[in-house]
Design a protein around this ligand. Structure first.
Ligand code: SF4
Ligand code: SF4
Length: 99
């Protein structure tokens, strides 16, 4: 399952930099988690890093995104592939002569 942030969030900012998938962002009022990017930290850590650091324990599982470990692993692999592709595109662009 992806995780979600409830309205108990106090916008303390500590979870955002801890996320290895860049799934956490500041929404309109509080921090939010993009369920397409949250793997519950599968592929990176044994425990969800945001849950570890949140001082008010406001990051439960998102009931709208029920996923087993295999699905989370597939999501991790997809994100890795996308990141590699983006890097390759960047490297290619950087290698091109200006203009
Ligand atoms: S569980 Fe992990 S991947 Fe999901 S939002 Fe928290 S830190 Fe990011
Ligand atoms: S760590 Fe918890 S309280 Fe702090 S911004 Fe993240 S979700 Fe909100």
């Amino acid at each position: 399952m992806a995780l979600m942030i409830t309205d108990e969030c106090i916008n303390c900012d500590v979870c955002e930099p801890e996320c290895p998938n860049e799934a956490i962002y500041l929404g309109k009022e509080i921090y939010e988690i993009d369920p397409k990017r949250c793997t519950e930290c599968v592929g990176h850590f044994d425990e969800p890093q945001c849950v570890q650091v949140c001082p008010v324990a406001c990051i439960p599982v998102n009931p709208d995104f029920v996923e087993d470990r295999e699905t989370l692993w597939q999501k991790f692999r997809r994100l890795q592939a996308e990141a590699q592709q983006a890097q390759a595109v960047k490297a290619t662009a950087a290698g091109k002569p200006a203009g």
